[in-house]
Design a protein around this ligand. Structure first.
Ligand code: OGA
Ligand code: ZN
Ligand code: ZN
Length: 383
């Protein structure tokens, strides 16, 4: 992963402001603020061996400047002396160049044509058995927001297979549905998922704060007629919406709407409510799409101003219509031993209705941070 082996050619201090200017052997030049350098000093006074900072930001000397800078180790680093207190520091060439790099796989958006099940499906036994195969499977989730295991056990297990798969990389997120939930048609369903009805593509549980970032479903039995599964890349659909009608995209990003789930059948009961925009974009200047929240079953009464409602409904219906298009939708049948995981902030899932026969899935949720952490551990060679 580490591809920045560039050496430092020259270092220079701008005496007017105490900035450090570094030039690398490929012509790249970067300037560094003295406060920033001092804040990021890696010496044993400034950092514990575990990497955590020992100094407080308010302890940085006022008016700190770089007093002197020299190349070190033939260009693989730079030595600094700070004024006014003479503090000494050394920085690696690679670290200065690449301090913020996160090598996580970038998202590849897809539609029905671009994604085949074979691209994202791996054998359960291989991924269970090897850290390299696990690293690759996690990379599929990060890249496509959707990955599959085939050949998982089909006997109910304790702990359930679907929870054991989460433990490979992270932690099960428990909810009012339990650590594990059984997806099958029952007599008094508190959720339409537990019927034989079709479920239009949706993201799960936008009524939680935050919604679950990952969802897994594992098929133990499926002899039903129908019940085929569907997944849609919500980020791709949002991109299409923006191209077809930028005002519609903006409307879905600008207005938060209420999502809710109510259940009085269990002892504790549940009355979960959250407000989120259907298209959740970063609040910083990038306005980058962060998550799609789409679940018409769980959408409450839209409470935006009357004069904005016509436009809002036009936008919401337009997005829903894009999500239903055949060219967006990857369809597949879950067979006993199949398991899929979705990035629930990006990829929508659904199922067709079913009749006759038995259909039994087990599901659970997990957070995304542990998945990324495990991917980094598996994919970063130690120096
Ligand atoms: C769910 C769900 C899909 C299915 O349980 O969240 O969407 O295939 N189920 O039953
Ligand atoms: Zn220091
Ligand atoms: Zn669902």
């Amino acid at each position: 992963m580490k591809h920045h082996q560039h050496r430092i050619n020259a270092v220079e201090v701008d005496n007017a402001c105490g900035m450090l200017i570094v030039a690398w052997d490929d012509g790249m030049r970067k300037s560094f603020h003295p406060l920033w350098l001092r804040d990021n000093c890696h010496c044993s006074n400034c950092r514990h061996p575990n990497g955590q900072k020992l100094i407080d930001v308010s302890d940085l000397p006022a008016g700190v400047r770089v007093a002197a800078a020299t190349r070190d180790g033939g260009g693989d680093g730079v030595r600094l002396c700070f004024a006014p207190d003479g503090h000494a520091a050394r920085f690696d060439a690679a670290w200065l160049r690449d301090f913020a790099a996160d090598a996580a796989p970038s998202k590849k958006l897809w539609d029905a044509e671009a994604l085949s099940m074979d691209m994202v499906a791996r054998e359960y036994a291989a991924v269970a058995g090897g850290s390299e195969a696990l690293g690759e499977w996690l990379a599929l989730i990060l890249r496509y927001g959707f990955a599959v295991l085939r050949g998982a056990p089909t006997e109910p297990a304790k702990p359930a297979t679907v929870c054991a798969v989460v433990e490979w990389f992270g932690y099960v997120r428990e909810t009012n549905y339990g650590k594990l939930f059984e997806v099958k048609a029952v007599a008094e369903p508190n959720n339409l998922a537990f019927t034989d009805l079709g479920l239009a593509v949706h993201t799960d549980n936008p009524y939680r704060d935050p919604p679950p970032a990952l969802q897994l479903l594992h098929c133990l039995k499926n002899t039903a007629t129908g019940g085929d599964s569907m997944v849609v890349d919500g980020f791709k659909a949002a991109q299409i919406l923006q191209r077809e009608n930028a005002a519609h995209y903006d409307a879905l990003a600008r207005h938060a709407v209420p999502f809710q789930f109510r259940d009085r059948t269990s002892d504790r009961g549940a009355d979960l409510q959250n407000r989120l925009p259907v298209l959740e974009v970063a609040t910083d200047a990038t306005r980058k799409l962060h998550a799609v929240n789409f679940n018409n079953r769980a959408l409450g009464a839209i409470d935006i101003a009357l004069d904005a409602q016509a436009e809002y409904y036009a936008a919401y219906r337009h997005f829903a219509e894009i999500l239903r298009r055949d060219d967006r939708t990857v369809r597949f049948k879950m067979r006993a031993g199949d398991l899929f995981i979705v990035d629930n902030r990006r990829v929508l899932h659904g199922r067709a209705g079913f009749t006759s026969g038995d259909r039994h899935l087990q599901g659970c949720y997990a957070d995304a941070d542990a998945l990324l952490s495990t991917w980094r551990i598996l994919n970063t060679r130690s120096p």
